[in-house]
Design a protein around this ligand. Structure first.
Ligand code: FPP
Length: 232
């Protein structure tokens, strides 16, 4: 198999990393942010085309208030601190998720970063924020029905291609490789439509400890796989 063009990562285990050290959970997220920087840099060097990172799910609002606000502050901090480096590394930033319901300050920072990097043609860094696979499918369905009601879309035009074109990730290709850290073997509502034929690689390494070597290991494992997409 060729090199994966699109890698998606469920960055799990920040809380456990902190707990093992007797630190507050947010300290784990902060260390997780360092891993994000490391992996983004490495993805640029490896020449990966697209990297999608699951940063905050539609279910993560259920966490304690201070953890949620701590995470939102970290995301803002990341964008503010990293934007210059993102630009100089020719990275194009985008987001997937129900972003309209994110805090206003964060939304404007995100929109600024997207605008500033829209002409870049290196790594596409797609951050999944307030993202849920089921939520995305419901939002797509609503938009298609809206258009069908006013006659912009006919029933027989609705197929997988048309549906895909309304996804948050459009026009990105589906992920070739999905990595999940911290040993959990769940999908956790991530890219449900897009991962129909994605290869999955799971490691027990906690996200803050995830390094360049682990990413390489995942890529090497991917390259050995035979993808059949339902064929023989
Ligand atoms: C899951 O670990 C991690 C998250 C919900 C947050 C991910 C956020 C970061 C890595 C911070 C920076 C991100 C960006 C994009 C700048 P968990 O808290 O569920 O860990 P646990 O299962 O061990 O409790």
């Amino acid at each position: 198999m060729d090199f994966p063009k699109h890698i998606a990562i469920i960055m799990d285990g920040n809380g456990r990393w902190a707990k093992q050290r007797g630190l507050p959970r947010i300290a784990g997220h902060r260390e997780g942010m360092k891993a994000v920087k490391r992996i983004v840099k490495f993805a640029v060097n490896l020449g990966i085309k697209t990297l999608t990172l699951y940063a905050f799910s539609t279910e993560n609002w259920k966490r304690p208030k201070d953890e949620v606000s701590g995470l939102m502050n970290l995301f803002c901090e990341y964008i503010k601190k990293e934007i210059d480096e993102v630009i100089s590394n020719n990275i194009k930033m985008c987001v997937s998720g129900d972003i309209e319901h994110l805090p206003k300050k964060m939304l404007s920072l995100l929109n600024h970063a997207i605008e500033k990097t829209k002409k870049n043609n290196g790594l596409i860094l797609n951050i999944a924020l307030n993202y849920g696979g089921r939520d995305e499918i419901v939002r797509v369905t609503k938009r298609i029905v809206e258009k069908a009601i006013i006659g912009d879309i006919a029933l027989n035009e609705i197929d997988e291609n048309l549906f895909s074109s309304f996804l948050d990730t459009y026009p990105l290709p589906d992920p070739d490789l999905l990595i999940r850290t911290s040993g959990e073997t769940r999908i956790s509502n991530f890219l449900l439509w897009q991962i129909a034929y994605t290869e999955i690689w799971i490691t027990s390494v906690l996200w803050p400890d995830f390094s360049e070597e682990h990413l390489l290991e995942a890529v090497e494992d991917y390259k050995l796989r035979k993808r059949k997409f339902g064929g023989v």
